[in-house]
Design a protein around this ligand. Sequence first.
Ligand SMILES: Cc1cc2nc3c(=O)[nH]c(=O)nc-3n(C[C@H](O)[C@H](O)[C@H](O)COP(=O)(O)OP(=O)(O)OC[C@H]3O[C@@H](n4cnc5c(N)ncnc54)[C@H](O)[C@@H]3O)c2cc1C
Length: 439
Amino acid sequence: MTPTKPSYLIVGAGVFGVSTAYHLLKKYPDASVTLVDRDAFDAETRVAASWDWNKVVRADYDDFVYCQLALEAQDIFETDPLWKPYFTKTGVYWMCRSDYAQDVIKNHQKLGRGDDISAVPVAEARKLYGGLFDNADYSDVKEVLINKSSGWAAAGDALRAVTREAIKLGLKYVTAQVATLQFDNSGNCRGVKTTSGDILTASKVILCTGAYTSKLLEFSAASSGLKDLVAGDRIVAGGITTGMRKVEDPEEYKKFAAMPVGFQGYSAEVGGFIGSLPPTPDTHEMKWWGQTIFKNTREVLPGRFISMPPSEPDYSQWKVSKALKQDIRNATKVFYGKETDSWKLDKHRICWDAFTTSGDFIISPHSAAKGLYVATCGSFHGYKFFPVLGKYILQMLEGDLSPELTEKWAWDRVRPDSMLNPEFPRAEMKDLLDTVARL
Ligand SMILES: Cc1cc2nc3c(=O)[nH]c(=O)nc-3n(C[C@H](O)[C@H](O)[C@H](O)COP(=O)(O)OP(=O)(O)OC[C@H]3O[C@@H](n4cnc5c(N)ncnc54)[C@H](O)[C@@H]3O)c2cc1C
């Protein structure tokens, strides 16, 4: 008897899910691959962290493994006709308050890369790019990392294009919200149930559900009785605010048009790093993300408390409080100083991602159910790996992932204290909301 071919059901069409579908169908053109997401892939707006105007694509990592993977992904962004139209190589300008620059450079040297990367003394760096960052906040900055090979990607556009390509290769895209996972009598995962009651089945179910993962696992544990499905403290949903400013004046646009991506790096005690992205070529909007990274801890089921995105279908992503808008205002100021006082910030969004304390992804079989796999936890840095994520997720599905990556991305592993990670969500969203006057 010939063994039945596996079928794949991927939940979540962010970079983890779409890259998995794409790599699966490239390798196995006859495979049955279904991707289900609550939002259409070409919807006007989406809740996915991967859906965005732009994201930084860089290999400036002090972690050797991510440095190597980011270079692999960046090379594809630079050369492959599918990805190339969405990548702009602007370089990065990273104000470092630790030995970060030296650690990154050491990794690049170890990998024998010839990229144009250097650590520049502050006084010298301030004069670069026509003095664009001369008014930045340099307090405690040791040196500035300049990597001319890094840049940014038109995030939502690339996501749509690769999804379209996967559909051309045979992907079935279903727009539906998954309510729970489905299991057979032996506890093997066999598919999902949508909120409208439809059942989708497959022999392998891969959760690429980003910030929603813990909530889905809580509901699935409750409905199936398989208590060990829950994520516990492995995964924390965290929100970060982004803000945009349209550069109206053509002369001013010229000043920022070719700017590198800016970073302000801080220590774990101070908070996460802040980023400033160049204006988008079509709409001339500059983008920042803030420093406040927050949880939204709620009672998901009686007695069960987890951090999760707000329960509105759009995660309330456009409802941004004054405190979070101020976070963006502060972000503009630490890059460009006083001139930002008169800037009008037009658009704000809260973007939700799944975090682990170590900042590592989880790409692993789920230990509580056969047929169930988890591939998510971008931990605020996952987008840039879009071109290669699926390759490694496929290796995990087939048991071919290297021992090092298997351990690093395991569902069950010892994780460090979150206090060591400046990007880990610490604040609570409820403390950052606008106060409502009570009569
Ligand atoms: C503000 C911000 C800035 C960032 N900047 C960068 C950057 O510059 N560079 C970088 O490399 N990374 C960056 N990241 C990180 C990166 O965006 C994420 O790590 C990555 O996009 C996560 O991808 P994902 O596929 O895991 O999740 P997502 O992109 O969030 O996708 C998850 C998908 O699952 C779907 N889903 C969830 N639950 C269900 C359900 N029950 N039923 C149906 N569908 C469901 C959602 O609709 C969504 O489409 C940033 C993140 C944030 C928040």
